[in-house]
Write a protein that binds this ligand. Sequence first.
Ligand code: GLN
Length: 494
Amino acid sequence: MTKLTELTLCEARDGLVNKQFSAQELTQAHIEKIEETRALNAYITETPDIALKMAQASDEKLAKKEELRPLEGLPIGIKDLFCTKDIRTTAASKILDDYKPQYESTVTQNLWDAGAVLLGKLNLDEFAMGSSNLTSAYGPVISPWKIEGNDRQFVPGGSSGGSVAAVAAGSALATTGTDTGGSIRQPAAFAGIVGLKPTYGRCSRYGIVAFASSLDQAGPLTKDVRDAALMLKIMASHDPKDATSATIPVPDFEKLLSGNISKLKIGIPKEYRVEGLNPEIDALWAQGIEWLKSAGAEIQEISLPHTKYALPTYYILAPAEASSNLARYDGVRFGLRVPGQTLDELYELTRAEGFGKEVKRRIMIGTYVLSAGYYDAYYLKAQKIRRLIQQDFEEAFKKVDVILTPTTPTAAFAIGEEPKDPVTMYMNDVLTVPANLAGIPGLSVPASFTKEGLPLGLQILGPAFEEGRILNVGYVLEQAAQFKEKALKLRTST
Ligand code: GLN
């Protein structure tokens, strides 16, 4: 039998219902895997006792075969940006210290209500700012992927680095992430797993530590597309506690995986052939087009003319919102407090000590672009360009049903070989940020490897609230790419 930690979420669900193993056995296997893979530093907080208790409760329900919930007894990990009641929530920042929220985020509450089991809280870039997981106050996460015959350690991507490493290493069946500019899709591509950023408003932001509120969105990280469909169905809900949460009904995404994309129109945006796009990724893109064509889809070149402004626009708006959201960490209300002679000094000392370098950089950029005198030139201008980027997509989706692009311009880089200047690091997000600015859903599917054997992903973008459609296209790509089978061969042949 396949090892319990190698099952997909859906396979584990079926195994539990068919009594092939118990929820406690399944959970125990994952707890052991967490211990075995501690060197990856994927978890900030492990909660084995809570996990086993939740699994026991699920086993009781499974025994009675009544009131079975959709994720009954399935052990998952949570990005440490989601507040979990009475369980330490750090946002990977020193400033939150030992903070234990008094409430539960809506997304995690939905998961527990559906019967999922909490394995622990996962590492990330500090306050979700980064593309490498190198900015965490709890140390970097190491990707489970290696190049054979080579000792170099690779980044898992970011900011949901712990979330992708856990899924790729088998120390969680699935995990949650958040995506403000690419933090679900980019690390999913680096780690060879599936990552879905839903439409803005699909999942409630209530109880998620805020980075840039008009862009932040929670989503699943999973071993395959079907698992992403199952997770999203549970994570998504209308929530009166989040004024931007959508009232649109949540479909059964798993049922929408028909595998039929005949006559579907696929747009290929010419502006995404950005400078610095790795030739292997370009080749994969061409391959992806072929796969969809042979499945009966129609390919059409499209134009998203404002694409080149997306990254600078993002790096004005995201820091602006972050600087405002992070004003609350003052040493009075949450976590760390460094006492001073005066109240101002307490604020200064706490923030100087509590925030890392990247977070400080964002706060400074954010306060600068919002300051009187620069507001019109930067912030207001960026808001206007954001609208134009949204309109580009609206126009495109009048002609095509989905858009296919690569997820990242390069594969994962080795720790120590990361770009040293922040702007080059920000280039990681060049293909993912437009979807956040437009609020539309995006899915990354693992599709191929570099010649060294590191994973590469393809991204599918769709109109707002058409997650079902992009998941179905992802499902077709997944079958064509045979990524898992090839990964297995790669591992066994070396
Ligand atoms: N890498 C991007 C940033 O640093 C995106 C982060 C995210 O999506 N949370 O802002």
